[in-house]
Design a protein around this ligand. Sequence first.
Ligand code: FAD
Ligand code: NAP
Ligand code: SF4
Length: 674
Amino acid sequence: MPSDLPHYPHLMQPITLGAVTLRNRVMMGSMHTGLEETGDWNRVAEFYATRARGGVGLMVTGGMAPNREGGVFPGAAGLFTAQDIAHHRIVTTRVHEAGGRIAMQILHAGRYAYGPDCVSASAVKSPISPFPPKELDEDGIEKQIADIATSAARAIEAGYDGVEVMGSEGYFLNQFLVTHVNRRTDRWGGSYENRMRLPLEVVRRVRAAIGDAILIYRISLIDLIQDGSSWDEVVTLARAVERAGASVLNTGIGWHEARVPTIATSVPRAAFAHLTGQLRPEVGIPVITSNRINTPEVAEGLIASGMADMVSMARPFLADPDFVAKAATGRAAEIAPCIACNQACLDHTFSGKLTSCLVNPRACHETELVIAPAAPPRRIAVVGAGPAGLSAALTATGRGHDVTLFDRADQVGGQLHLAAQVPGKEEFLGLIDWFKTMVSRAPLTLRLNHEVTPDDLAGFDAVVLATGITPRAAGIKGEDAPQVLSYREVLRGAPVGPRVAVIGAGGIGFDVAEYLTHHGTSPALDPVLWRREWGVTDPDQARGGIAPEGPRPEAPARAVWLLQRKPEKPGRKLGKTTGWIHRATLQMKRVKMIGGVSYDEVLPEGLAITVNGAAQILPVDTVVICAGQLPERSLAEGIAALGLQCHIIGGADVAAELDAKRAIDQGTRLAASL
Ligand code: FAD
Ligand code: NAP
Ligand code: SF4
C-alpha cells in the first residue's frame, strides 16, 4: 500500500459514544492484571498510560468489585473508599495526559466470586467453584444494584470517561438471565421479562449515576452452556439495555464454566464476530466485537464489512502497547503478535501471579524492566536464534550494542518452527514472522547457516549462549530400532505408521499426539470445522449455541497411546487455562492416555510395557520419544577457554520446564542488563 494512503481507514475512523469522541475504533478490552492489588498506583498508571501513548481509542480497566461479596476473589480491588478514588485518579490523569480515554469495568461475580459470601439469583452452585451462593432476597438485590450504581458514580469521580457493566461470561447479571441459575418465582425470576429485570435496573441506575459518560454494557451473545439464552432473548435484552441508557454494546462470548474454548489459540480468529454482526441491525447504538482478533487486518475487515462499529482486543495490548500507532503508520509487520497462548496472562491470573505476556515480558513490568541505552556499547555475539537468543539480540541492539546473531539453521525461530507444526498452534508462525521482521529491521549482523565454534567468538566483548536443547533419550531397550523416532523427526515430516506409542506426556507429548491424530485442514483455520468439532451452533438455532447433536470431531488419523511413568492422569502440568482443551481434544481423538507405565522394550511387534504389574505389548508400528530435553551448551567450555564473558540463557541454561515464555523473559532481562 502506498504510504500516502491511510492505513486501515475504517478502523482508524473516530467514533462518538455518548458525549465522548474516540480517536479510532479500537478498544482495549478488560483484563485482570493484578496490578491494582499490588498497591503500586504508579505502576498501574504506567501500564495504562503506555497503551494510551500507543494510540488505542478506548481502554477498559480490569473488573472492579462493586462490593466485597461481588469480588472475583477475597480482597479484589474496587472503589470502596476516598483513598481508592484518589488512587484511580492517578491512573485516569496519566491516561488523559497521554491522550487516551479509559472506562472502568464494574464486575460483580455473583456465584463465580471465590468465597463463602457469594450471592446469586438462586442457590445453584457453579461447577467451577466450591462455594454455593446464597440466594438474594428483595433487600439483597436492591443492595447489589445500589452498590453497582455507587461504584459507577465513584468511577466518574475518579476521572474515568465511563464504565463498562459486565453482563456476560456467566457473571452476576448473566446468572439472573438464564433458568439454569435463576430458579426464582418472584419478580426477578420466571418469565424472561422478570429475569432481565436485574440487568436493566442496573443499567438505568448506572446511567442515572454517571450523567452523559460512556456506558458500555457487555452482553452475552452466546452462553455456550445448556439452557443458555436464546437469540430472541439476546435481542430483547439488547434493545431493552439500549432503552435503559447504554451508549454501546460490547460482545461477551461463553460462560466461564462453558466446555468450549473461546479465546485459546486453537479457536479460529474472529470465530464469533458474525454474532455481533447479527446483533448490529437489531439496535440503534454501536456494537463492539471481540474474541480472537489479533491483527489490524482482521479488525479492519470486521468494521469494513459491517460486522461491528468497534473492535475490542485485550491480550494483543499486552503483546504490543503500540498496536494502533504501528498499524496507523504502516508498520503493522512490527506489531508483536498475541499468539493466544494464555501462558503469561490468564494462566498467571488463575495462579494468583501478576499478568504479563510471553511475547512481551515488559507487560505489567513497565516501571521495573526498563530498556535504557547501553553505556558503553559493546560487541556482543548471540549464539542461537531461538526465542531466547532473538529476544536477547533485539533488546541488546535496541540499547545500542553492536550485536552479531548466529544460527546454524537457515532461518531464525529455533523450536518455534516445531511448535507451529501442531494443529491449533498456527499463531506461532506469526511470532516467527515478527521476529524475522524485527531482525531484518534492526541494525544487527545476522549469520545464518553458521555452526558456531569457539574460534568464531574471539574478538567479542561478551557472548550470549542461547543454543537451546537436545531431546533426551528415554533409555529403553531397543530404542535405536528404526521404528523409534524423536519428536523432532516426526514434526519435521518423518513417516509414521497407523498405530503409534508416544513416550512422555508433557507439553510436547500432547502436541505430538494432536499432530499425529489429525489430518487435513486444522480446525483453527476453518471455523465450520471447528464449530462441528466442539458442538457449537448459533444461538438462533439452539439455546446457548450448544448444538443438540453435540461435538462431532473428525475421525482420528491414527491410533495413538500417550504414555508416562508418573502414576497420575497425563496432562496435569499443562497450562492452567488451556490444559483441559488439550485433554478434551485428545479424548475426542480417542487417544489412550496411560499413567504409571514402565517401558520394557521396543519389539518388532510393538512396545512392551508394564502397567500396575501387568505386562502387555502395545501393537504399534512407531514409537515417538517425547521424554523431555537436556541443555545444549557444549560451546560453554571453549568460550570460557577464550576468557570471554559468557551468559547462558533459555534451554541452554535450564532445559527442565523450559518454554518460550521463560526463554524470551530471560533473553530480554539479560540484554537489559548487559
Ligand atoms: P531453541 O528454540 O531450541 O533455539 C536454539 C537455537 O540455537 C536453534 O535455532 C539452534 O539451531 C541454534 N544452535 C544450537 N547450537 C548452535 C550452534 N553451535 N551454532 C549456531 N546455532 C546453534 N513453548 C511455549 O512457551 N509454548 C508452547 O506452546 C510451546 N509449544 C511447543 C511445541 C513443540 C512441539 C516444541 C518442540 C516446543 C514447544 N515450546 C513451547 C517450547 C519452546 O519452543 C522452547 O522452550 C523455546 O524455543 C526454547 O528457546 P531457546 O531459544 O532456548 O532454544
Ligand atoms: P516435559 O514437560 O518435561 O515432559 C517430559 C515427559 O517425558 C514427561 O511426561 C515425563 O514423564 C517423561 N520422561 C522424562 N524422562 C523420561 C525418560 N527417561 N523416559 C521416559 N519418559 C520420560 O518436557 P517436554 O514435553 O519435552 O516439553 C518441553 C517444554 O516445552 C516443557 O517444559 C513445556 O513447558 C514446553 N512446552 C509447552 C507447551 C505449552 O503448551 N505451554 C507445549 C509444548 C511444550 P514421566 O517421567 O512421568 O514419564
Ligand atoms: Fe497473548 Fe500469550 Fe501474551 Fe497472553 S501471554 S497476551 S495470550 S501472547
